[in-house]
Write a protein that binds this ligand. Structure first.
Ligand SMILES: [Zn+2]
Ligand SMILES: [Zn+2]
Length: 260
């Protein structure tokens, strides 16, 4: 499978400290055309920036504050830090969003941090990478409002309702699926078919959520091939063609420029 882009990998995670270069090399060998390296905190974003700088035109980085950490979000300090990362080439704000499943931060703080990052994406005309779990109504409201103002983004590692997916698609957003769709318990193939060809992304979410047949192991971008194959099977299309489509969609959403 040639040419896919992993739209969401936490390559800055310490899980890759021992062999990060080998992980990136294996992604290239597996046919990846690129990896979007997520900065889910300002510290992670700084490390992600260094990884992107070491792999220009193949790895790109993002910068944001995850909803789990929203309680510590400082609108002055953190917005300035994300601005700094955008100046250093970050291709998106995020990941940010709402997670009412774990509720690691109070919900009002989650909404405030998410709103601030949506506003920043709007101001800088960059896309936003959104994490959402068990927060359907608030996510729909906030994505609709931002989308109405022209903000574009992606619902990453999506496992939510058809209604939320449709609300995001209606305002021009993308939907990204992870290895979860390869798990035996996954039953919602209608959701995989609901996303149009030009709005579909695939991601590893590495080091988490390794797809079958590697479930339970540390995940890595090379294994997105299994997820792309599963998406293609659900949609009844050729996996090689879908790999190129998800790459084109990632390039368009994140304005990715390849090396050379
Ligand atoms: Zn996430
Ligand atoms: Zn993530």
């Amino acid at each position: 499978m040639r040419g896919f882009i992993d739209s969401h990998a936490h390559l800055a995670d310490p899980a890759f400290d021992a062999d990060r270069a080998a992980v990136i090399a294996r992604a290239r060998d597996a046919g990846a055309a690129g990896i979007v390296c997520i900065g889910e905190s300002l510290a992670a974003a700084e490390r992600a920036q260094a990884i992107a700088a070491a792999h220009p035109g193949f790895v790109w980085h993002t910068a944001g504050v995850h909803p789990h950490d929203a309680a510590g979000f400082d609108p002055v300090r953190d917005v300035a830090a994300i601005r700094g990362e955008l100046a250093r080439g970050a291709v998106a704000v995020g990941e940010c969003g709402l997670d009412y499943h774990y509720d690691h931060s109070p919900r009002d703080r989650q909404r405030a941090a998410f709103a601030a990052q949506l506003a920043l994406a709007h101001e800088h005309r960059v896309p936003v990478v959104v994490h959402t779990r068990d927060a359907e109504d608030d996510t729909i409201a906030m994505v609709r409002e931002a989308g109405g103002q022209g903000v574009r983004g992606v619902l990453h590692c999506y496992t939510g309702s058809h209604d939320l997916a449709r609300a995001a698609l209606d305002v021009g957003w993308h939907v990204s699926f992870s290895g979860i769709v390869t798990f035996r318990k996954w039953t919602d193939d209608d959701l995989l078919r609901l996303v149009p060809d030009d709005r579909l992304l695939a991601e590893s979410d590495a080091p988490y959520l390794a797809p079958v047949p590697n479930r339970g192991k540390r995940n890595e971008p090379a294994w997105v091939t299994h997820t792309v194959a599963r998406l293609a099977a659900a949609r009844g299309i050729d996996a090689a063609a879908l790999a190129l489509a998800v790459a084109d969609n990632a390039r368009r959403l994140f304005n990715l420029v390849h090396a050379g």
